[in-house]
Design a protein around this ligand. Structure first.
Ligand code: ATP
Length: 234
């Protein structure tokens, strides 16, 4: 579904991604692991169109989408839930959700809103509350729910568990798995390596801008070198 080939990306003169190759099969969950500063967020920004790669190619559903803007990619079915969630604090939960569907022209938005509120009852309870008054976990759910309302084929999630209490983290991973089971392909960036791999099919390990290992999620979980370097945290 997604094929990233030989991507080189820079911030000014600093090269942050060096020859990144990765693939995401339709229907799967793929995780990118790596230490702080390895280039995980930069990889997501490049796939989402927020950063143009200097070299390389990004293909989505067989089409070359390299260099397209985020709104163009969203229309093609790639939605990003950015690091730090970035919900609109001064708008209500419902207004935030409606923003997720702003580019849609079909007449099933109301129906999708209802489905999303069923899946996230806490958002239904708080639909009139301002986004900024929600807890961290609730804001993450809102950010994910908003992205789902764009009806993505590929959902990009950058550190969805960041800063959340362990019980909430477990909820978030469960929700990601459920979203995948309803037909959405997921590319995930996570520090919480073990939990992320447990719900994933495949994983890539990024180190200072390069892919240094990749494999089936189960194999990465069973690889002592990977375990030691990246899976230390429970
Ligand atoms: P984290 O988990 O801390 O978000 P990451 O793996 O996602 O780490 P990136 O955010 O992609 O890493 O950053 C990769 C490198 O690029 C780091 O060395 C970082 O300092 C640098 N970097 C990130 N954003 C910028 C920017 N806007 N301008 C210049 N350098 C940047």
């Amino acid at each position: 579904m997604l094929k990233v080939s030989c991507i080189h990306a820079f911030y000014g003169n600093i090269q942050v991604l060096k020859n990144i190759d990765l693939q995401v099969e339709e229907g799967s969950i793929v995780t990118i692991l790596g230490a702080n500063g390895a280039g995980k967020t930069t990889t997501m920004k490049t796939v989402a169109g927020l950063l143009k790669p200097q070299q390389g190619k990004i293909e989505f559903l067989g089409e070359d989408v390299t260099g397209l803007r985020p709104d163009q990619l969203l229309r093609k079915g790639i939605a990003l839930v950015p690091e730090g969630r970035q919900i609109l604090a001064g708008m209500t939960v419902m207004e935030n959700l409606e923003m997720g569907a702003y580019h849609r022209k079909d007449n099933e938005i109301g129906q999708d809103l209802e489905k999303v509120l069923e899946r996230f009852p806490i958002l239904k309870e708080r639909e009139k509350q301002l986004g900024g008054t929600l807890s961290g976990g609730q804001q993450q759910m809102l950010a994910i729910a908003r992205a789902i309302l764009s009806r993505p084929k590929l959902l990009l999630l950058d550190e969805p568990s960041m800063g959340l209490a362990p019980l909430i983290v477990a909820d978030i991973f469960k929700i990601i798995k459920e979203i995948n089971e309803t037909g959405t392909t997921v590319l995930l960036v996570e520090q919480n390596a073990r939990q992320a791999l447990k719900i994933s099919d495949y994983g890539y390990v990024l180190e200072i801008g390069k892919i240094v290992a990749d494999g089936k999620a189960q194999d990465l979980l069973n690889d002592p070198r990977i375990m030691e370097a990246y899976l230390g945290r429970k």
